[in-house]
Every structure is written in C-alpha cells, then in structure tokens.
Design a protein around this ligand. Sequence first.
Ligand code: HEC
Length: 149
Amino acid sequence: MKFFNMLIMTAAVLFASDNGYSTKSNWLMDIDSANGRFEAVQKQFRGFDTAMMEVGYRYESVKKAVDEKNYELALYHWQKIKTAMQNGYVRRPAREEASRIYFLDNTYEEFKKMLVSQNDTKIEERFSYVKDSCNACHINQKVGFITVK
Ligand code: HEC
C-alpha cells in the first residue's frame, strides 16, 4: 500500500512538472524581432476600455471618499481620473476631443475646485452631476448602454 501511494505521488509530481499550463515567462523576448515585441506590448496595453476601467474604479473611490468627507483622498483619486483618461486617449486619439469637451475642460476642473474648497454642501451637490458628463460622453461615443450611476 505504501509503495502504491509513493507511486501515485511520484507520478503526480512528474505530471505537474510537465503540464500544459506551466508558466512561461519569456513570451516577449521569445518574439524574434524588436518591432514584433513592440507590437506585442502595444496590444497588451489595450485601448480606451482599460483606461475606462480605471476611471470607473477611481470614480467609485471618489464617491466613497466624498461620502466620508475625506476630501484629500477624493482629490487624490480625482486627479488620477485625469491621468487615466489622458493615457487612454494617447492610445486612442479619436477619443481625445470628446474627453475634453465632455469632461476634462469643464466638469473635471470645476469639481477639482470644489474639492479644494472643502465646502461640504457644494461638493455633495456638484458631485451628483459628475455622472451626467460621463454618461453624455458615453452616448456621444456610442456606448450609451454603459451607464454611470
Ligand atoms: C471620451 C468620452 C468619455 C468620458 C468623458 C467618459 N467615458 Fe467612460 N467610456 C467611454 C468609452 C468610449 C467607453 C468604451 C471603451 C471601449 O470599449 O473601448 C467607456 C467605457 C466606460 C466603462 C466600462 C469600462 C469597461 O470596459 O469595463 C466605465 C466603467 C466608464 N466608461 C466609466 C466612466 C466614468 C465613471 C466617467 C466619468 C468620470 C466616464 N466613463 C467618462 C468614453 C468616455
């Protein structure tokens, strides 16, 4: 019985060391041209969608920080929304104009000022309109089914 168990364990170890899902870490260097590697990196960076995933996360974080009246934290996340959106349109230049018109040149700046002012009532009131800018841009960019709440 002991021998039998040993046999199974040995087989399991051997199998695990040579399975199809073992990690291979040189996927980038294994590509044989520099251009091919840059292309692969570019693909991994993705486009506006991953930028928006961060924007969505930061937006929820701002909401929570505003609820808790932690305006320093809210400002921290708010500023990163701008960074994320700008990085997004570096990757997808066709989204730059709408990013500015619907958000960066107005809503972004206005709410930033509110946060700096630390005025509870104004911050709460102005934040309730932020999502309108997000959603207006979504409609303009033909992704109106993505609704920010
Ligand atoms: C350029 C105008 C624009 C503005 C402004 C904008 N969005 Fe978006 N958003 C998009 C586009 C376009 C997509 C779809 C991206 C894609 O599929 O490539 C998107 C997608 C999203 C997604 C889905 C991401 C995913 O794939 O999981 C979320 C969440 C999101 N936006 C949140 C926000 C929030 C919150 C704001 C406001 C703070 C905002 N967006 C402002 C254009 C915008």
